[in-house]
Design a protein around this ligand. Structure first.
Ligand code: PMP
Length: 451
């Protein structure tokens, strides 16, 4: 707040002449697609970020926007949070990386264990993708099995085995028994990967139970994100949680709860909130305070699969920048200031956003819904209930409307992710939240009226 800047309100001609447009044209020559990340891409091109302050982001043309994307929900304290900057400055003076362990990694692992005793031991890496792949390799070594199960449409990073079904569509989403199909995401995915990945329905406990009864004895792991963004940002039902817990107990399957995004939902993370007692937990994003990070945590007995101190470990987990002191320092400052009371305050702001927006949608008779719990939310342009990837799946017409809402919100100086989801950050107050609710309703009403 209090950062100078203009609203993001430009005509097409202005847009074409903007510094962001020029940067995009230049980047296209040296980067395929002219921008590094497919997930943050939108037409004609995203604005280029110059700097951030608190919950505000300023682009290179000087537009100031309320940042609800927060680098894909990793910046729980927004931008340039003083305690993180101070921790980073001090760490930088000491040295940015060593080929030796540092005290910082002990402190951050201890901070995780102090929040949830189930996170007794931790191994750090540099991204959620790496954490997930290490957890899956760990599960394979623990069980001696190769296959895994994941939920339809759910994102767990770029490891091949968690990608199937990521963008399945009504034309290919059922197999010949009416269960979710293991559909390749990238061209060239080996068939063996599809055979090794069982896809589960996120909101159908009976079907889920039937699939797991059949496939359970062959599974190394079930990986689940309890409020999966691509499955609509809706919490998983307690019935499905029971089915997962029961299958893991019965068949000795390793339960991996992927809290890369959902860790923020409670002080102790997402697992206790949803009734999971995971063997392994993957985290990333907010535990790095804005720097690259990933982590696998769990009870010492499970984590011993990575123990190298007694000879060759069952699974080797390393990396040049794993547990680098900069990420450790920023992560510790981030978690220290995401106290129990801050978690509750931020979750309360999320409730306020959803309540206000839903009331206003209802009052204006707008066919839209805002899902999520805690500080995470996602907009859906439909009245029918969103329960999973399929019910959240936008028709081609709705996909266009969502793009228009995204662009409309940017014109109103609010940055959402391209699928119209967002996350709150601790610099936000009721002022930003009520403004956000008003803008949501205004923009959605305009887009729906223009159909
Ligand atoms: N798991 C989940 C649930 C995620 O949302 C993400 C990233 N959005 C990942 C894993 C991968 O994390 P990263 O981008 O740090 O590799």
């Amino acid at each position: 707040m209090g950062v100078p800047g203009k609203g993001h309100n430009s005509s097409l001609t202005d847009a074409e002449m903007s510094l962001s447009a020029a940067a995009f044209r230049r980047e296209q020559r040296v980067v395929p697609g002219g921008s590094m990340r497919a997930a943050s891409w939108f037409r004609p091109h995203p604005p280029y970020a110059a700097r951030g302050q608190g919950c505000w982001l300023i682009d290179i043309d000087g537009h100031r926007v309320l940042d609800c994307a927060n680098n894909f929900f990793s910046l729980i304290h927004g931008h340039a949070f003083q305690p993180i900057l101070e921790a980073l400055r001090a760490a930088m003076e000491r040295g940015t990386a060593f080929g030796l362990p540092t005290e910082g990694e002990i402190l951050l692992a201890e901070a995780l264990a102090a929040r949830n005793p189930r996170l007794e031991q931790t191994r750090f890496c540099n991204s959620g993708t790496e954490a997930v792949l290490a957890a899956i390799k760990g599960a394979r070594a623990i069980t001696g099995r190769g296959r895994i199960a994941k939920f339809e449409g759910c994102y767990h990073g770029a490891y091949d085995w968690v990608e199937p079904s990521l963008d399945s569509s009504p034309e290919n989403w059922d197999d010949d028994q009416g269960n979710p199909a293991s559909v390749p995401y990238n061209k060239g995915t080996p068939v063996s990967v599809l055979e090794q990945t069982v896809v589960l329905p996120y909101s159908d406990a009976d079907r889920c139970a039937a699939i797991l009864r059949r496939e359970g004895p062959t599974l190394a792991a079930i990986i689940v994100d309890p409020q999966a963004s691509r499955a609509g940002t809706v919490p998983i039902s307690s019935d499905v949680v029971s089915v997962i817990n029961e299958a893991c107990r019965r068949d000795g399957i390793v339960l991996i709860v992927d809290e890369v995004i959902s860790f923020r939902l409670s002080f102790a993370g997402a697992s206790p909130l949803f009734g999971f007692e995971p063997d392994l937990v993957t985290t990333a994003k907010i535990i790095g305070g804005g720097l690259p990070i990933g982590a696998v945590s769990g009870p010492a007995e499970r984590m011993s699969v990575f123990n190298h101190s007694l000879g060759k470990p069952r699974v080797s987990m390393g990396g040049t920048f794993s547990a680098n002191p900069m990420s450790m320092a920023a992560g510790l400052a981030s978690l220290t200031h995401y106290s129990e009371s801050e978690v509750l305050r931020l979750n309360g702001l999320g409730d306020l956003l959803r309540t206000r927006t839903r009331q206003k949608f209802a009052a204006a008779n707008i066919e839209a819904f805002i899902s999520g719990t805690g500080s995470l939310f996602r907009l859906h342009l439909q009245k029918s209930r969103v329960t999973d990837y399929r019910t959240a799946y936008p028709s081609p017409e709705v996909a266009v409307l969502l793009q228009q809402v995204h662009a409309g919100m940017l014109n109103e100086s609010v940055l959402l992710t391209p699928n119209c989801s967002g996350a709150l950050s601790t610099p936000m107050t009721e002022v930003e939240i009520s403004d956000l609710a008003d803008k949501f309703v205004k923009v959605v009403a305009e887009v729906m009226d223009s159909r």
